[in-house]
Design a protein around this ligand. Structure first.
Ligand code: ADP
Ligand code: ZN
Ligand code: ZN
Length: 745
């Protein structure tokens, strides 16, 4: 007999295991198929992960005892079938990120639609005489029931006969809830006109581009699972290298995945790709409708598309002949999923690369320290584009010391330099982008005299201001250190110590006070929630219906406007002071990226950076666009603190309605973890501390972190501690784990 091991599509931890079902001869199953299985009192969806042929005579007793369930339905033929590769990938996700089978598999699939009610006909439990035909009776007993379709089609039962059996009690109708996949309509391509349009020819590559391209092509020739870091400033022609490498892959009958950090950027990229590759392009991201997602997914799975463009989750695209994976703006934090499964795209890409013999290209103007460090160590291969196409100069950058502004009596958010810059830009009828680096939510304590921010004496992170019943408290989100609010600066003894944090709304308000006639487009989470708002606001600015585009980091990336000649950063410090060891790296990357928004075309660009920390290495290096300098300084700091890339961090989050309970469980978990890891060299387990958001949705949140060098050395222990904590936890306690946590604090 054949035993099918099934992963059920439920996210509950309690059912996170494979369940064995006997597959009767009449039901044909294969790995990766979707099946409906009887599960307790109901039916649920599952995927076939493993098939085992079991010798009936040899192990009959044993197997029968183990396999209590029987597959009683045919697989769902209209549900997506997962290729064996993706089933293995699900196992990898589960192992690496400690997620459930259900979460791993669902992440790879187009969405499951709502549970639907289906009527099935059964024989009642207690019923003396059955007037039913022998054959039908056997079927009902074996499969526990039959659908109307089976009765009418297979057993040729007439509607009157059925009604009679229901009446005399030979059959009962039971309605069952079954989750169902929405059925994808045949791929109606909205790009019919595109198919007819001639494809855009590729460009003649520059010497630098050619060298990068050749390296990638040679990996494609060898089907080598090699990873490249393609470092090049914005406008240096990285995308053109991607396009031509894809073209080369397609020529060798290989397929490609192109990832962009944000959904907003897929539109621009997709248009460019479709001009080059026409209808062979498919798009996958979470803003598509359910219908669109299914259509695209099935087009890919059926081999009707060879190039998939999308945000994070497109890394799971079911391409059967994957040869090339491109990750644009590789350093972006959106490549880490912050809900289960908490995967890191680069790691998934590498897994697929090794499985398929595919090349991976990590492109960025400011590669992450993680990627660059690996390139330096020879694990990745570094490719560099130094020159901007057509030699357009990078913008001239001025750093404005806001401490000085304050000393000379300025209380405005805008320095004299920035005001003047705006005036000139407006006078020349050009446009400006104002950027507010407002990542995070936390408030820090800043000295208005010297720019110093209250930091933890034990860690390299800023202290976060907490409002408590008794007043305010400064707390380190990394080690738990806490102290009273300082009234004096620890560095210069000034008493002008203030809370710090300004929002886009306040900036807009002040801007309009300075320039009453100014036309401002504001883009932040508040103005872009409506569907299509993002595109509408950008189009408005692009048409020239506004003078200033004001926004958070969502305006920093990829956008390309011809008439923008000034970029102003209102407060470069904000992202520096989030309690996260990656704060300096993120600040540097953001500033370099913002600088890239100015002077993209004929208009020469200028950038003005306002900051209370003009001497901070991240800001200095960004102003000079000096990646090498930043990299060296930051790497040395990380090494000293033993942070990634020298270690990896796994973080547990424990949440409960009651603060004491949350703390107690967090402390217990911390103790257990420390105990189990004590014999592993180079492991640090930090004590339980409040999370960066200490209370959310009425729950108190505590975190426990472990830093280590090798996941392999700690995996079993971490997993064991997690499992045990879960099994002991009361139902109202939530425990999550984030392996290779990317933002800490
Ligand atoms: P990046 O992705 O690094 O920002 P792009 O590939 O978008 O750079 O290139 C920037 C601009 O230069 C685009 O308008 C592109 O069409 C153009 N470009 C790129 N490579 C070449 C080339 N070899 N010859 C001429 N123009 C090019
Ligand atoms: Zn600390
Ligand atoms: Zn000071």
């Amino acid at each position: 007999m054949i035993v099918a091991s099934i992963a059920v599509l439920m996210r509950a931890r309690q059912v996170d295991q494979l369940y064995d079902y006997e597959a009767p001869e009449s039901v044909s199953v294969q790995i990766g198929q979707c099946v409906i299985v009887p599960f307790g009192a109901r039916y649920v969806l599952g995927y076939v992960v493993k098939l085992t042929q079991v010798d009936h005579s040899a192990a009959a007793g044993e197997t029968q005892a183990r396999v209590l369930r029987m597959l009683d339905r045919e697989p769902l033929y209209d549900a997506p079938v997962l290729a064996a590769e993706l089933i293995e990938l699900a196992a990898f996700l589960r192992n690496r990120y400690m997620c459930t089978w259900g979460a791993a598999i669902q992440t790879m699939l187009p969405p499951v639609t709502r549970a639907s009610q289906k009527v099935r006909y059964r024989t009642p439990e207690q019923c003396g005489a059955f007037p039913l035909p022998e054959e039908l009776l056997r079927y009902l007993k074996r499969y526990g029931g039959a659908s109307k379709k089976v009765l009418l089609d297979r057993f040729q039962v007439t509607a009157q006969q059925l009604a009679k059996w229901l009446e005399d009690g030979s059959l009962t109708a039971v309605s069952e809830a079954v989750q169902k996949y929405s059925r994808a309509r045949s791929a109606v391509s909205a790009d019919d006109d595109l198919a007819a349009a001639p494809l855009e020819p590729s460009m003649v590559l520059s010497t630098e581009q050619k060298a990068a391209y050749d390296s990638v092509c040679s990996a494609l020739d060898q089907r080598a699972a090699r990873t490249f870091v393609l470092r090049g400033v914005t406008g240096s022609g990285k995308t053109e290298v991607y396009l031509q490498a894809i073209e080369y892959a397609l020529g060798r009958d290989l397929q490609a995945i192109m990832l962009v950090p944000e959904i907003a950027l897929t539109t621009q990229m997709t248009a460019r790709f479709k001009r080059r590759f026409g209808t062979r392009v498919a798009v996958l991201h979470s803003h598509l409708t359910e219908r669109e997602k299914h259509t695209e997914w099935h087009r890919i799975a059926r081999g009707q598309a060879d190039v998939v463009i999308g945000a994070r989750s497109a890394i799971f695209a079911p391409l059967p002949r994957l040869g090339l994976i491109l990750i644009d703006e590789e350093h972006e934090s959106t490549y880490k999923q912050e809900r289960e499964p908490r995967y890191v795209v680069r790691e998934v890409a590498q897994w697929r690369s090794e499985r398929a013999g595919a090349a991976v290209v990590l492109g960025s103007a400011t590669p992450s320290l993680d990627a660059m460090y690996r390139a330096e160590r020879g694990r990745y291969q570094l490719l560099t584009l130094n020159a901007r196409i057509r030699q357009r100069p990078l913008p001239e950058v001025s750093v404005v010391d806001m401490r000085q502004e304050l000393r000379t009596g300025g209380h405005s958010l805008f320095s004299g330099v920035l005001r003047e810059g705006l005036e000139n830009t407006l006078a020349r009828r050009e446009q400006a982008i104002l950027f507010l680096n407002r990542r995070g939510f936390s408030t820090v304590l800043l000295c208005r005299e010297c720019g110093e921010v209250a930091t933890c004496p034990h860690c390299d992170v800023s202290l976060t201001l907490h409002k408590t019943r008794g007043g305010s408290l400064l707390r380190c989100h990394f080690c738990g250190h806490s102290e009273g609010v300082r009234t004096q600066c620890g560095s210069c003894a000034s008493v002008r110590v203030r809370q710090f944090g300004a929002g886009t709304q306040r900036v807009e308000h002040e801007l309009l006070e300075l320039f009453p006639d100014l036309r401002v487009v504001r883009m932040d989470v508040d103005t872009t929630t409506a569907k299509g708002a993002h595109e509408r606001l950008l189009a408005e600015f692009e048409r020239g219906d506004a003078d200033v585009l004001l926004g958070t980091q969502m305006i920093a990336k990829g956008l390309d406007f011809a008439r923008v000649s000034l970029v102003g950063v209102v407060a470069a410090d904000t992202s520096l002071h989030v309690p996260d060891f990656r704060a300096a790296e993120r600040t540097f990357q953001l500033l370099v990226q913002v600088a890239g928004r100015a002077g993209r075309h004929e208009t020469p660009g200028r950038m003005i950076v306002q900051t209370f920390a003009p001497d901070h290495y991240a800001i200095l290096a960004a102003a000079r666009q000096d990646y090498g300098r930043f990299y060296e300084t930051e790497l040395a700091a990380r090494k000293m603190m033993e942070y990634p890339p020298f270690t990896e961090i796994t973080q547990f989050l424990i949440a409960h309605r009651d603060e004491q309970q949350a703390l107690r469980h967090a402390t217990a978990l911390q103790g257990e973890l420390a105990h189990q890891l004590q014999s592993v060299p180079g492991v640090r387990v930090l004590s339980a501390v409040p999370a960066a958001v200490p209370r959310a949705k009425g729950l108190y949140r505590y975190q426990v972190m472990a830093l280590y060098r090798s996941f392999a050395a700690v995996r079993a222990a971490v997993q064991d501690v997690y499992r045990r904590a879960l099994s002991k936890a009361p139902t109202d306690l939530s425990i999550t784990v984030d392996v290779n946590a990317h933002s800490v604090g």
